[in-house]
Structure formats: structure tokens, C-alpha cells
Design a protein around this ligand. Structure first.
Ligand code: TYD
Ligand code: MG
Length: 457
């Protein structure tokens, strides 16, 4: 017997209540309650015995290895942990126009040679997809397109075609007949995602779901969506610039440290296997406030340029902005430079920008940021062939960092001649060719001698 009644669900944590509430008592979020229809199926307990699920001993559990498929884009495979796992569900999210549909169509091309792929679009017509596919030179025989928003129709087409990979663009456009609410609402997104996840687990088909972002930049729809899927990838980048970065926020089959770098061109997304070159593109000759640094993203060193600008303030309290570097870390570094080197930032606005749009989340970026700030506020310049990495402590000491050999190797490959690094990291194992100086420093004060006076440059 079926009965239905309406309940209210918090879109952040999934807390349910019989009445609408302004604030969720569970997670504390405001204005997150949405009404949805709850269908309760009543079964007769006496006649239906519950199946027993026995716990198994870990040591005796036998599982097959993950089967991974190459998507044809090495950068994406890297983020997925070595390829797309059979039966997994991957959610790709990003701003409108960033290239989610383009990426999916491109990987269809490789996957559809030898496998069957069903691409479901709830946003574009078949004609629009075909036009894009022509531009991307995609014409694989086993690629099926479907313009549909009803999840039940998608499932029935799935059962007919039996693809190995299913792409759903996007989950917010899908709707299920079970609920009367609009597509994109909490209950619809959850129900449709559940249907596709259940399908993937039951049949071993891999599923890509495209997710929209909300105003705040998170994935729109219930938070539970991110918990339900196996991997969550964010596709990010400045729409004005051509590079794009894919980052794993969650991955049940790999590390979440890796990033994939792409460039959007007129023939679609191109892989960028050596991002450092792209990040350093368009560097101007040695100018005050700029300094190169090196961070590790997953297993790859990436070199970027840090740019700082220090200008007298017109405000009662000076302005500080940072794009690509943690704001609080910047304030900490400013305090260290002010106290330990006597540099004056308190009367100045400070702006930090990472050229190329990378995000520096690693402590090893401290030294290059600090040297760019020193250069911006003094008449000293970091030469173009100088690079620095190291963590800075509160007393101005330079602390050791990881993966030094990788960083040095990448710096040498890109032609840097002076590599400033923590003294503790300098050892005999690090080899550099002739003409390259490894300058170990133990305090921020020691870095000053590597910054040249303007007239010397
Ligand atoms: P799209 O994949 O439609 O973005 P999303 O699905 O994330 O909304 O990509 C949209 C942008 O990419 C669009 O502004 C045009 C650009 N683009 C190119 O520059 N080159 C191409 O070959 C393609 C297909 C798109
Ligand atoms: Mg799209």
C-alpha cells in the first residue's frame, strides 16, 4: 500500500522535518528547507522476512582488481587515478561555459572506439551536439546521443543500448515521474542521481554526471550528491583565459592531490603536459615585485610567477587582496617581513596575484611570495633566472620542504640559474649542471643578497 505526505528537507545536510524551518537544527544553515513529497511504501512485516546480510572477515574477503579504462586524455586519467574505473560514478562540476560538455564529448571519442557510449543531454538538442562533435572531429560509430530529460526514458534507452559508459549532461536537468517538483530541485536531483548510481553498481557501467554550480561556487543540489558518487571533479579556470584545471575534490579510487591542465582552443580542449611553460608565458623582463616559485601538485612540480604590488594607501586601514594565495598566510608573511626585516607595509595597500591563475596551497610557496613582497616594497629586483621555494616560520626562519629533487629538476629544465631553497634541504643527492647555483638559506634575511639593486640589473 502506498501513502504520500509532504516533508521538509534541509538541502545542506538532508535533515527532515514535518514543518518548514528557517534554520536547520542539525547543521545550522539558514533558509535551506525545501518541501518534497515523501512516498512511503507500507509492507506487511509478517509476510515479508528481511534477508540476512552477514558480515565478512576482511582477511577472507576476495575482490577483483579495479578495471580502468583510458579516457584518451592523459590529464583526466591522472586526476581519476589512472583511468576511469568500471562501474564508478564521477561527478564533474564547473561554471557555465567552462567546457564540461566539450570535455565529455571529447572523451566519448576515445571511449567509443571499442566500447559503447551513451551521451544523454538534457540541455542541448541532437543537432547542437552533432555540430560540436563535427568541430571536435568526433565521429565514432559506437557513440549514441540522446536528448532527453526524463530519467525513466534514459533508463529504458540504457537497457536497450547497454552501453559501457553513460554520460548525463546534466543531472540538474533530469526529472523523475515519482516527484512533482521541478527538475533541479533537491528531491529530483537526489532521486535521479540515485537511479544512475544504482544502475552503475548493478550493471558495471561507468557513469559521468555533469553538475551545475550554485551562486557560492559549490555544486548545486543536495550536499548528499557529493557523498553518493565515487569521485567529484571540479573544472575551473578563468573564462577570459584559455587554460582549464581539473581538480579532484573526492576520489574513492585515487589521490585527490593531482590536477589536470588543459587549454581551450578552437578545436576543443588540448592537454598541457608541462604546465610550467604555460604559467610562465608572457613573463616580462625583471621587474620589481615579481618572483618565480615552485609548488608540487600531486606528483608534478609546477613553476609559476608571483606578482606583488605595494602602493601607498588612501584608506584609513590599508587594503590587502590576494588572488591565488591564502589571504591569512599573506597577512602572516607581511607581519614576519615587517617585524624581522623592518619593512613597512602598514601604510601601503598590498596586492598579490599568481600569474597564470594557479592556486598556491603549499607552504613551500612562502619564500617566493615573501621575496616578491620584499622586491615590491624595496628597490630590489628578483632576476628572471632566479627561483625560490621554502616555508617561512614566524621568526623568519626558512623551513625545509618536500620533493626538493623534483623542484630543482623542473627549475633547471626551465632554465633557472639561481635556485634559492631551505639550507636543510641542500644535500649531495641534488645534482645541478654547471652554471646553476643552489643557494641554501636559513633565514629570510639571507635572501636579500640575491635580490639585485635596480641599477645592477
Ligand atoms: P561547453 O562545453 O559548452 O561548457 P559547459 O558545458 O561547461 O557549459 O563549452 C563552452 C565554451 O567553450 C564556449 O564558450 C565555447 C568554448 N569552446 C571553444 O572555445 N572551442 C571548442 O572547440 C568548443 C567545443 C567550445
Ligand atoms: Mg554544457
Amino acid at each position: 500500500m502506498k501513502t504520500s505526505k509532504n516533508i521538509f528537507v534541509c538541502s545542506e545536510c538532508g535533515f527532515t522535518n514535518a514543518k518548514w524551518l528557517g534554520k536547520c537544527p542539525d547543521c545550522g544553515a539558514w533558509n535551506t528547507f525545501e518541501e518534497q513529497e515523501q512516498i512511503i511504501e507500507k509492507t506487511d512485516n509478517k509476510t515479508k522476512a528481511k534477508p540476512v546480510n552477514y558480515a565478512e572477515r576482511l582477511s577472507q574477503l576476495e575482490i577483483a582488481d579495479y578495471i580502468r579504462m583510458k579516457t584518451g586524455l592523459g590529464e583526466l586519467d591522472r586526476v581519476l587515478g589512472g583511468g576511469l574505473v568500471k562501474g564508478s560514478v564521477v561527478l564533474i562540476s564547473g561554471e557555465p561555459g567552462i567546457g564540461k560538455s566539450t570535455l565529455l564529448l571529447q572523451i566519448c571519442n576515445k571511449l567509443a572506439s571499442g566500447r559503447r557510449v551513451l551521451y544523454v543531454s538534457g540541455e542541448e538538442s541532437l543537432g547542437q551536439i552533432k555540430l560540436r562533435a563535427q568541430r571536435l572531429k568526433i565521429n565514432e560509430g559506437e557513440l549514441y546521443l540522446l536528448a532527453e530529460t526524463s530519467v525513466d526514458s534514459v533508463v529504458s534507452e540504457y537497457e536497450r543500448i547497454k552501453p559501457d559508459v553513460l554520460m548525463v549532461d546534466s543531472i540538474q536537468t533530469m526529472y523523475s515521474e515519482k516527484f512533482t517538483s521541478f527538475s533541479g530541485s533537491i528531491s529530483q536531483v537526489r532521486e535521479c542521481a540515485m537511479t544512475f548510481i544504482e544502475l552503475a553498481k548493478r550493471t558495471g557501467c561507468s557513469v559521468f554526471l555533469v553538475g551545475h554550480v550554485n551562486k557560492e561556487g559549490g555544486i548545486s543540489g543536495p550536499k548528499i550528491l557529493e557523498h553518493m558518487v565515487d569521485a567529484v571533479l571540479y573544472f575551473e579556470g578563468e573564462r577570459r583565459q584559455s587554460y582549464r584545471i581539473i581538480r579532484a575534490i573526492k576520489n574513492r579510487y585515487g589521490s585527490t592531490n593531482e590536477i589536470g591542465v588543459f587549454e581551450m582552443s578552437d578545436i576543443g580542449l588540448l592537454e598541457v603536459p608541462n604546465p610550467s611553460e604555460m604559467m610562465l608565458e608572457g613573463r616580462v623582463e625583471s621587474i620589481g615585485g615579481n618572483c618565480a616559485g615552485c609548488i608540487i601538485e600531486g606528483s608534478r612540480p609546477i613553476i609559476t610567477e608571483i606578482q606583488s604590488l605595494v602602493a601607498p594607501t588612501v584608506f584609513p586601514s590599508p587594503k590587502r587582496t590576494s588572488d591565488g594565495f591564502d589571504y591569512n598566510r599573506m597577512c602572516l608573511l607581511l607581519a614576519v617581513l615587517e617585524r624581522r626585516l623592518g619593512l613597512k607595509f602598514s601604510q601601503n595597500d598590498v596586492y598579490i596575484n599568481i600569474a597564470g591563475g594557479m592556486r598556491l596551497d603549499e607552504p613551500a610557496a612562502d619564500l617566493s611570495v615573501a621575496m616578491s613582497l620584499i622586491s615590491a616594497v624595496t628597490d630590489r629586483i628578483a632576476p628572471n633566472n632566479l627561483i625560490a621555494f621554502g616555508e617561512i616560520g614566524l621568526s623568519g626562519e626558512i623551513r625545509s620542504v618536500s620533493h626538493v629533487e623534483y623542484r630543482v629538476k623542473e627549475s633547471v629544465r626551465l632554465g633557472f640559474k639561481t635556485i634559492i631553497l631551505p639550507k636543510k634541504n641542500v644535500n649531495a643527492r641534488i645534482k645541478v649542471p654547471e652554471g646553476v647555483t643552489l643557494a641554501g638559506v636559513s633565514s629570510i634575511f639571507e635572501t636579500l643578497k640575491y635580490l639585485q639593486k635596480k641599477e645592477e640589473v
